[in-house]
Design a protein around this ligand. Structure first.
Ligand SMILES: [Zn+2]
Ligand SMILES: [Zn+2]
Length: 175
């Protein structure tokens, strides 16, 4: 998955004509189709969109608060690698980082299940990405774990690193 390709691997062409600025669609158009930085009105529209989403998604987030099955596994892994471990849940992560995939900066729809009906992994589903991998000394901490699309996370951890991605990750690692 790339931010300028659609799910069939074709160039992203959602819009025949550019949507008006100051809209959520405008933001999407700038980022994914025109491949340019969104203008201020579009950024503001996006920010408002997320404020509304946070209100709408209260129930889902509260459900996630109680889901902590992966804590034990992560704690064990951190102990094994001798890296930092902090207990937090998805709700804490969204509060800290919002809902944008930290790799492609496009919304992660947290209602998408990890696997589809056929049992295949959904590349659009939420992954909790360790910015610096635990195997490279990164901690399981709120600072180091950020929302990502499964597909983006897989792409990041594979050898298909783009220069743009490397640059972005280097910046993130510097804080
Ligand atoms: Zn705009
Ligand atoms: Zn992504």
């Amino acid at each position: 998955l790339s931010r300028n390709l659609d799910k069939n691997g074709k160039p992203y062409q959602r819009f025949r004509t550019p949507p008006p600025c100051g809209t959520y669609a405008g933001y999407d158009y700038h980022r994914r189709q025109a491949l340019e930085d969104p203008c201020d009105p579009c950024r503001q529209a996006m920010s408002l969109h997320w404020q509304i989403q946070r209100l709408k998604r209260g129930d889902i987030i509260n459900a996630l608060r109680n889901k902590n099955s992966h804590h034990i596994q992560q704690k064990r892994k951190a102990a094994m690698m001798n890296t930092e471990y902090e207990k937090f849940n998805d709700a804490d992560m969204f509060e800290r980082w919002g809902y944008l995939c930290h790799i492609c900066e496009i919304e992660v729809d947290i209602t998408i299940p990890q696997r589809d009906e056929k049992g295949n992994y959904n590349l659009q589903a939420l992954h909790r990405d360790h910015v610096v991998a635990v195997t490279r000394g990164g901690g399981h901490t709120l600072e180091n774990v950020r929302p990502a699309h499964a597909g983006c996370n897989i792409r990041k951890s594979s050898s298909e690193w783009t220069d743009e991605l490397k640059e972005k990750l280097a910046k993130l690692a510097q804080g």
